[in-house]
Design a protein around this ligand. Structure first.
Ligand SMILES: [Zn+2]
Length: 164
């Protein structure tokens, strides 16, 4: 399946979000460009998108992601974390926007990864897509500033940390 990748300026927003107004698309572009603030250059090309998912086609077994920004950050010996901002669909066909930090699991039982510091919005009457996207873009920018140390995020969620 075709997908695209590139910078915030490359994202075909009108294709991915055909129902958005021109003003809405402009807000999305501005928020996308602003993620990470002055540090944005490090992961400028980290955007991926799937035009085939721009139109909701009923509930799926897997999560549908329309647009995602993923910044992978090394964090010490073989450790790493990911900062993510994504737009997808809920099972009911509403846009869902979220920002999260993904850290490798250090529990005795292996959970793979843990999503921490999650902020999620379901777009609807309460919040528009541009508003939700802007809020999550801001959250990711703050999270990038908070810490690039995976153990900081594990400790914040009371998860076992790597260095005992
Ligand atoms: Zn775990």
């Amino acid at each position: 399946m075709y997908m695209g990748m590139g910078t915030a300026d490359d994202i075909p927003l009108s294709v991915l979000f055909p129902q958005s107004s021109a003003a809405g698309l402009e807000s999305l572009r501005r928020a996308a460009r602003g993620v990470g603030g002055t540090q944005a250059g490090a992961f400028a090309k980290g955007w991926d998108w799937w035009p085939a998912y721009s139109v909701f086609a009923g509930p799926q077994s897997e999560t549908w992601v329309i647009l995602i920004l993923c910044a992978v950050q090394p964090s010490g010996d073989g450790d790493w974390l990911e900062f993510q901002l994504q737009v997808g669909w809920t099972e009911l066909g509403q846009h869902e926007v979220s920002a999260s930090v993904n850290v490798a699991c250090m529990c005795e039982a292996d959970h793979g990864t843990h999503d921490v510091g999650v902020l999620t919005f379901v777009v609807g009457d309460e919040i528009s897509l541009p508003q939700a996207f802007e809020a999550c873009a801001e959250r990711m920018t703050v999270q990038l500033t908070d810490s690039r140390d995976a153990d900081f995020w594990r400790a914040r969620e009371d998860l076992p940390t790597r260095r005992m």
